[in-house]
Design a protein around this ligand. Structure first.
Ligand SMILES: N[C@@H](CCC(=O)N[C@@H](CS)C(=O)NCC(=O)O)C(=O)O
Length: 308
């Protein structure tokens, strides 16, 4: 089987979602650790310049954003599924959680550990990723509101668990659990579980649920160098099995040069030739001497696909 390669770094919460998905599915995977602050020249070769982490690679197919990463893992191993109650509820909850909790979570995080963040990290996140000042001092004025918001969202998790439990959408773990776990995991791992649970008024129903999610583990990983990942891409051809099925309702003709850009942050466009798409996913072909032809996959939700 072609290696499943995850480009990530340990403290990346969005990567933690994917590592747990590997555990849930019991997958063997290769781990390429990237710097937490760019430049990441080897990864840029594979993505066409997509800025964010994690990125999943399977041969010459490259998946940007956790939504299409999960879709790829579903194709690789369908059971146990990440969508036991269907895709809609889990994807909608995930998009809400990622967007609603990210800034408040960063605000609470830097209140605890901001003095330890290197200046180059703070500068990079302000200038090239989030567009706001993530220093402890910069986020301090709004800290009370970040705590209020996360506390409100924590109660929503509690409500879902009391209605649907033991997982957010029912009896079985779904992508929504992996997502809603990630920002709380970031905070508890860095600031201490007791401090965060008290600050955000998280009850044992929520913390027990977090333990259940964490218990799926990370599957079995083996380290890989980034050069080896690029060589694996060059040696492979894009796999037709990873092309999205069905019609593309957007009206953009296949073969069109397009840019694909996140609509929330890290708004660096990737330019390529659209080779396949449907309402959920778009695939562009890019080519470099080092990698040969690659198919780079993006979600439609949360991204802008536009003709050049
Ligand atoms: N919607 C994206 C968000 C990814 C994201 O924001 N990841 C963070 C790390 S957890 C990131 O890229 N931070 C900036 C960086 O690492 O360069 C996804 O689901 O993959």
């Amino acid at each position: 089987m072609t290696d499943i390669i995850l480009h990530h770094y340990d403290l990346s919460p969005f990567s933690e979602k994917v590592r747990l998905a590997m555990g849930h599915k019991g997958l063997d995977w290769r781990s390429v650790i990237v710097e937490s602050v760019p430049p990441r020249p080897m990864l840029d070769l594979l993505t066409g310049g997509y800025r964010r982490i994690p990125v999943l690679q399977i041969g010459a197919d490259v998946f940007c954003d956790t939504e299409v990463i999960f879709a790829a893992l579903e194709r690789v191993k369908a059971t146990p599924t990440l969508y036991p109650q269907g895709e809609g509820i889990a994807k909608a909850l995930s998009l809400w959680w990622d967007r609603a909790t990210w800034k408040p979570a960063i605000g609470v995080l830097v209140a605890h550990i901001g003095e330890h963040l290197p200046q180059e990290f703070i500068d990079d996140r302000r200038d090239h990723y989030l567009g706001y000042d993530v220093s402890k001092e910069g986020m301090a004025p709004m800290l009370p509101t970040y705590v209020q918001q996360l506390t409100a969202y924590g109660e929503w998790l509690s409500s879902m668990l009391s209605q649907n439990g033991p997982f957010l959408t029912g009896d079985s773990l779904s992508a929504a659990d992996l997502t809603c776990h990630h920002s709380l995991w970031l905070l508890r791992a860095n600031a201490g579980a007791d401090a965060i649970d008290a600050q955000l008024h998280l009850g044992s129903d929520v913390t027990d649920w977090m333990d259940r999610v964490a218990a799926v583990g990370h599957g079995s990983k083996t380290d890989m160098a980034s050069e080896e990942a690029v060589a694996a891409a060059k040696a492979a051809e894009p796999d037709p099995a990873h092309l999205p099925q069905g019609e593309d309702p957007s009206g953009i003709a296949m073969g069109t040069r397009v840019t694909v850009t996140p609509d929330d942050n890290a708004r660096v466009p990737v330019t390529g030739t659209m080779v396949a798409a449907n309402a959920q996913e778009v695939v562009v072909a890019i080519e470099t001497e080092e990698t040969g032809t690659l198919h780079v996959h993006f979600p439609r939700a949360g991204f802008e696909t536009l003709p050049v």
